[in-house]
Design a protein around this ligand. Structure first.
Ligand code: AGP
Length: 612
């Protein structure tokens, strides 16, 4: 949510900043801006409402700005509508300081009042400008920028990643963070600051993650990091394993389509190294056998699609572990006085590892004594670093706002974790354990078989893209999978869509089914297939058009009653949603394509939600 980049080096900064912003555009895309400093021209700022392309055109690709040091920002509006004025960077009243900000300053009103009383004038409606002005207020007193930044971060409340330029400090960028990611990039004669590795991956894979409360002073030849007491801190460097091609479309029309197609490989990378000699090996876990046996329940916490993974996980884990599993929306969990203690295993799921609601819920669970285990895609992200244990999904960068390969790999890793825990607890029969492990090896090929038939799904999308209301219905694992199918459709195609447990329809929702309503009926969960058929008959009787998803062995039966049928290969029950979700992703993708939607950057959304 919002993207920050900073560069200081020997090259012209503006084109590098713009390039970084283009790579981070999925984080927010309602307005953008850059500030570049040079000895001759001083601080130059350009910002505008709209996409990065608008900014780039204004600056002729960056040629209009001179200077080898600068900061840039792509915004997802929170305080103040998307506009030229509210776009970042924000500049202090004297024009001496420019600042970009990710996050929310919760006490900005009170500080703004204070600064207004000091006679300071504001030009925007944002909480971020308040910080730029407060910074100048303190700087004017001490004429020491580090001291001023330190005073600011002790005065403000909320979350922030800051990139700052002060004209009195030629050649130095300043950064500070709390609850909003900031990464330092190291190079030979240049350094970077960014909220996302993708922004600088073309230049360096040598990085360090800033921690909460830290301030960094970044020049072309050095980076010095301080803690919140202004004591120097030595940072541990990390090497990013993927390269720039992973963050590019590589010939595909959209990142979402590329990422859907990458799922077989992503599944292989997430699962195969963790199975050796027929056993699930989770060496990255520090959990002991004794601790596992001591848990009396599992809570899963997540948002959005990651929450939907948790919903599938509830069915699979309860079945495998015979322990109660509850799934919580992270934004609800922290305010519901949760029943967590040291006998609770708290599984936190997040692609980005930066979702603020999820992180706050995880902290609450930890505070209550729960043992936290995070399933995360982004290496070194805040959730990954704060959890007691972390299992990475190794899906590589996911750029499309609508998640696909991250969902699949989260699910795969959660299934593996379930199997691993069941083995420790002795709640899975050896034959079933072996059957699941064996079946895991077949999933990528089965996914490939589904992806080879995208034309069929494209055809169905062409038949149904004009509907303005869709219901996804299913039972058990199909219900959980339907939640994700429905979210995919609504977030990128803007069609109103709901997912319902089929049995619940008759308790009210069936009143919405009328002639022509599209119902996507999910019937891949074999034990309840006959009930799924009955529900199809029910909605057909009320005039619905039914697009059914089932397994190859039930295809013929389903064809007798549904209007259209998609089928996927059969597999072990716990993996059926891993296959079933693929056509649902493709259906959403092609429907959005037919409707002319901006698939990778749907309206109002951002990839990583770092505000509450
Ligand atoms: C799904 O397509 C969305 N991008 C969204 O629901 C997402 O899953 C949610 O915001 C959680 O993000 P996280 O996995 O990065 O925590």
């Amino acid at each position: 949510m919002c993207g920050i980049i900073g560069y200081v080096g020997q090259e012209q900064a503006a084109p590098i900043l713009l390039q970084g912003l283009f790579r981070m555009e999925y984080r927010g895309y309602d307005s953008a801006g850059v500030a570049v400093w040079s000895q001759e021209k001083g601080l130059q700022v350009e910002k505008t409402k709209g996409r990065i392309q608008v900014l780039s055109d204004l600056l002729h690709g960056g040629d209009d700005m001179e200077g080898t040091m600068g900061i840039g920002h792509t915004r997802w509006a929170t305080h103040g509508e998307p506009s030229d004025i509210n776009a970042h960077p924000h500049v202090s009243e004297s024009g001496n300081i420019a600042l970009v900000h990710n996050g929310i300053i919760e006490n900005y009103m009170e500080i703004k009042e204070f600064l207004l009383h000091q006679g300071i004038h504001f030009s925007s409606d944002t909480d971020s400008e308040v910080v730029a002005q407060l910074l100048e207020y303190y700087y004017d007193k001490s004429h020491d920028m580090l001291d001023a930044v330190s005073r600011v971060i002790h005065r403000i409340q909320g979350s922030y990643g800051f990139g700052i330029i002060c004209s009195d400090y030629p050649g130095s960028l300043i950064a500070a963070r709390k609850d909003s990611p900031l990464i330092l990039g190291y190079g030979d004669g240049f350094h970077f600051l960014a909220s996302d590795v993708t922004a600088m991956i073309q230049y360096t894979r040598d990085i360090a993650y800033m921690d909460d409360g830290e301030i960094a002073v970044i020049t072309a030849n050095s980076i010095q990091v301080y803690n919140n007491m202004l004591e120097p801190v030595k940072k541990e460097h990390q090497h990013v394993v993927w390269d720039v091609s992973a963050a590019e479309k590589g010939g595909y029309p959209h990142f979402m389509f590329k990422e859907i197609m990458e799922q077989p490989e992503a599944f292989r990378k997430a699962v195969f190294p963790r199975i050796r000699d027929g056993r699930v090996m989770l060496e990255d876990l520090k959990l002991t056998t004794w601790q596992i046996r001591d848990f009396n329940k599992i809570d899963i916490i997540a948002c959005g699609s990651s929450y939907h993974v948790g919903m599938v996980g509830k069915y699979n884990l309860e079945r495998l572990l015979r322990r109660p599993v509850e799934v919580f929306l992270a934004s609800e969990f922290r305010y519901c006085d949760p029943l967590v203690d040291k006998k609770t295993l708290v599984i936190v799921i997040s692609q980005s590892g930066e979702t603020l609601d999820t992180m706050a819920a995880m902290r609450e669970a930890k505070r209550l004594g729960g043992r936290t285990l995070a399933i995360v895609n982004v290496m070194g992200s805040s959730i990954a670093r704060e959890a007691d244990d972390v299992l990475y999904t190794w899906a590589g960068p996911e750029i499309a706002v609508a998640t696909t390969k991250a969902y699949s790999t989260q699910l795969a890793v959660l299934d593996l974790l379930g199997l691993y825990l069941a083995d420790v607890l002795g709640t899975v029969e050896p034959e079933e354990y072996d059957a699941i492990v064996k079946e895991a090896h077949t999933i990528p090929e089965k996914m490939e078989a589904i992806l080879a038939k995208t034309a069929d799904i494209q055809y169905f999308a062409s038949q149904y893209f004009n509907h303005d209301s869709v219901f996804f219905i299913g039972r058990n694992l199909d219900y959980a999978m339907g939640l994700e199918g429905s979210l995919k459709l609504k977030e990128i195609s803007y069609i109103h869509s709901e997912a319902y447990a089929s049995g619940e329809l008759k308790h009210g929702t069936i009143s919405l089914i009328e002639k022509g309503t599209l119902v996507v009926a999910l019937g891949t969960y074999e034990p309840l297939f006959d009930k799924a058929m009955s529900n199809v008959v029910e909605v057909k009787a009320r005039g619905a058009e039914v697009l059914a998803l089932t397994t190859d062995n039930f295809r013929e039966k389903m064809e007798k009653i549904a209007d259209s049928v998609i089928s996927v290969p059969c597999t072990h029950q716990i993996f059926q949603p891993s296959l079933g979700v693929v056509p649902l992703q493709l259906f959403a993708y092609y429907v959005a394509l037919h409707r002319g939607c901006d698939i990778d950057k749907p309206r109002n959304l951002a990839k990583s939600v770092t505000v509450e």
